[in-house]
Design a protein around this ligand. Structure first.
Ligand SMILES: NC(=O)c1ccc[n+]([C@@H]2O[C@H](COP(=O)([O-])OP(=O)(O)OC[C@H]3O[C@@H](n4cnc5c(N)ncnc54)[C@H](OP(=O)(O)O)[C@@H]3O)[C@@H](O)[C@H]2O)c1
Length: 338
């Protein structure tokens, strides 16, 4: 099968993706070949492309962590999938292409009637938010949580999934323009530029059980400070390590050392950790398929939905990454059939 791939060839902000046409071989044993229809564009793709994430892919590589497509061929030994079936997969890289071979256990069926674009829009953000709420934070009715960047793709996923749990008190930080959005999803909305979230939490019943922080650097320390005894800081991004297009390894190191490692030395009942989907998969191998299936089902039942969906042709992937960096208010999905 002939494929078009968008490969990241350098760490720059412009002219970083190159089109490559190549032949995709028949799937080897245990794999399926997927004709990719849609792939999500995420902040994580941008961080990988800039080389900010320790252990991230080396150039050249194909960005894209979430993809949806139709099984085109199955390798020997694959018995539970057949050509024509629409499937979804989360990967470390490779989504910005119109075809890919994948291990059969990596793909999850998309519910009947759900479009490829809709499935791609929810898969990564809602999957990671679901895992961090249920498997890491053990959030249940009655929990109090802090969600930073609550107007963003992952942030809004936290808010909607917490609404679905019911009875969770959510403090959400965002810009002034997005505070109403947070309130519509039941959160106590905090303007991160004008207000100190620690004061707002203190004035509304005290500390929280779990703080979710994608900001990084010294921000992790501030989030840790609002945890009750026994509470948990779940760090899952280091947005501050990429400011004005420039990666800062210093801010990243401060986040890991002062924000996550140092508090572990103080036995005060509070814990810290950096959520990583792949690390969780090593300890809970069944979680990947269960959680991806669950968020796709919730979306198919209209229980969760992205704020705004923006569809961009595959060949405009570089422009899509630039829009993510500029702070687009919505989820960008590449149309890999265009
Ligand atoms: N660990 C993993 O496995 C994993 C996987 C995928 C993604 N991630 C991470 O998830 C993070 C979020 O991704 P995303 O796609 O949701 O990003 P996004 O849609 O760009 O949202 C980020 C939001 O953060 C807000 N923000 C910026 N600075 C802030 C601050 N100082 N305090 C509070 N909010 C602030 C912005 O809100 P306003 O517009 O309202 O200012 C923005 O909407 C990224 O760091 C990404 O790397 C981690």
């Amino acid at each position: 099968m002939q494929t078009t791939q968008m490969r990241a060839v350098n760490r720059d902000a412009a002219n970083c993706l190159q089109v490559r046409e190549t032949e995709l071989p028949a799937p080897p044993a245990g794999q399926v070949r997927v004709r990719v229809e849609a792939a999500g564009v995420s902040y994580g793709d941008l961080l990988f492309q800039r080389g900010v994430v320790p252990g991230g892919p080396k150039t050249p590589f194909i960005p894209g962590c979430d993809l949806v497509g139709v099984v085109d061929a199955v390798g020997s030994g694959v018995t539970d999938l057949e050509p024509g079936q629409r499937v979804c997969a989360l990967v470390v890289s490779g989504g910005y292409a119109d075809g890919m071979n994948l291990p059969a256990e990596r793909v999850v069926p998309v519910p009947d009637g759900m479009s490829a674009v809709d499935a791609a829009a929810v898969s990564l953000n809602y999957f990671i938010a679901h895992q961090m709420l249920h498997r890491v934070g053990k959030v249940t009715s009655g929990s109090r949580i802090l969600v930073h960047g609550a107007s963003g793709g992952v942030g809004l996923a936290f808010l909607q999934l917490a609404e679905h749990i019911g009875g969770v008190t959510v403090f959400g930080t965002a810009s002034a323009a997005n505070l109403d959005l947070l309130r519509r999803h039941g959160a106590i909305a905090i303007d991160y530029r004008a207000d100190d979230f620690a004061n707002v939490i203190r004035d509304n019943g005290g500390k929280v059980d779990v703080a979710y922080d994608p900001i990084g650097g010294t921000h992790f320390i501030r989030s840790y400070s609002v945890l009750r005894r026994g509470g948990r800081l779940v760090a899952y991004g280091q947005n501050d390590a990429l400011r004005n297009g420039k990666p800062s390894l210093r801010i990243g190191a401060i986040g890991f050392l002062a924000g996550i490692a140092a508090p572990k030395l103080i036995p005060d009942g509070r814990t810290t950790g950096f959520y990583n989907a792949l690390a969780l998969e090593k300890t809970q191998p069944h979680a990947y398929r269960e959680d991806l299936t669950e968020v796709l089902s919730l979306a198919a039942a209209n229980k969760i939905a992205v704020r705004e969906l923006i569809t961009v042709p595959l060949r405009d992937a570089e422009e899509a990454l630039q829009r993510v960096e500029a702070g687009v208010a919505g989820k960008i999905v590449l149309d890999c059939t265009a």
